[in-house]
Design a protein around this ligand. Structure first.
Ligand code: ATP
Length: 306
């Protein structure tokens, strides 16, 4: 599970994490100015427009104090606009991959590149503003609904907020709140359901409009209607962007252009859901555990939301 919030600058992520109950350790971890994360003396600019290609070249990473690598010699190219689902047992390294892309850590060996540029040569702010993060349990800031959405784009006017909210399937519940977009959230304010919080986080990401999306799909069950609204909003968010999703739902893996199966820090298989069901015993096993007994027989038209 990726210990981070809904948008991807360090301050924002730390803000989210700070507000998450019991996340003090994670906060320290994120705030820690690691010697490894050195800013480049002369940052290289990202290409404009950014295509959103991600490349890992023989990347290995071991957390300090751990013996076994969390990622072990991972070689991988994700095409611009590709929708990739990361799957694998707990501890396989999926969240670590997203953490390295966000530069919470640097690899011990190998190189991560965005549009061909080594992440270590990029200004951290520029990197993180090209990445959108929707965490499993987005936490909201104290402030109004509008304030919360403007973490995605500080200059967004009300019309833009409304468009993003509409596309995130959040507009109707926002309009039903006592003061609409001015309704206060957080302690002393209105409490939102898990599905509503997720849709606000999606609206925020839509406003940010990043080339690359990192999603940690919620594992906690939403009711069917809420689930449908969130899924539809996510589908809209992913259109035209490179997206990496830590997948927990069958609809996600079925819709993905490619699944990357991780085990023990290694990338052990890649392909579409149907292919892997035939060729990868590990994937078949995982799919049966996670998605029910007969995932190959489920027909899910996950693109129907478009
Ligand atoms: P899950 O699905 O349970 O979230 P994952 O596939 O995302 O698992 P990671 O969280 O990337 O796996 O973990 C990979 C390995 O790194 C595991 O062995 C884990 O215990 C270890 N690890 C993860 N985070 C840390 C950390 N902050 N410090 C030390 N070890 C860590």
């Amino acid at each position: 599970v990726l210990a981070a919030g809904a948008v991807a600058t360090l301050a924002e992520v730390a803000g989210d994490v700070q507000r998450a109950a019991g996340a003090a350790e994670r906060l320290l971890e994120l705030m820690d100015t690691r010697p490894g994360i050195a800013p480049p003396v002369r940052p290289r600019p990202l290409p404009e427009p950014l295509s959103g290609e991600i490349r890992l070249e023989r990347v290995s990473f071991t957390y300090p104090g751990r013996e076994t690598p969390a990622l072990d010699d991972v070689d991988l190219t994700i095409r611009p606009g590709e929708r990739v689902a990361l799957v694998g047992p707990s501890g396989a390294g999926k969240s670590t991959l997203l953490s390295l892309l966000l530069r919470f850590h640097d690899p011990d060996a190998g190189i991560l590149r965005l549009d061909g540029v080594d992440l270590r040569e990029l200004d951290l702010g520029a990197l993180r503003s090209s990445l959108g993060l929707v965490a499993q349990e987005p936490v909201l800031f104290t402030g109004s609904v509008a304030d919360n959405l403007r973490y995605g784009d500080a200059d967004a006017d009300l019309d833009s907020l409304r468009v993003a909210a509409r596309d995130a399937n959040a507009l109707s519940f926002i309009e039903a709140l006592p003061q609409g977009f001015d309704t206060a959230l957080g302690p002393g304010g209105v409490q939102l359901s898990g599905g509503q919080r997720q849709r606000l986080a999606i609206a925020r990401a839509l406003l940010k409009d990043p080339r690359v999306l990192l999603l940690d799909e919620a594992t906690s069950a939403l009711d069917a209607e809420s689930e449908r609204l969130v899924q539809q909003a996510l589908d809209r968010l992913m259109v035209g962007r490179t997206s990496l999703v830590i997948a927990h739902r069958l609809a996600t893996v079925v819709a993905a252009d490619r699944l990357l199966v991780f085990d023990g820090g290694c990338l052990v298989a890649a392909g579409r859901h149907g292919e892997l069901m035939d060729t990868s015993p590990l994937y078949r096993h995982l799919a049966e555990l996670q998605f029910g007994r007969h995932p190959s027989t489920v027909t899910t038209d996950a693109h129907s939301a478009h």
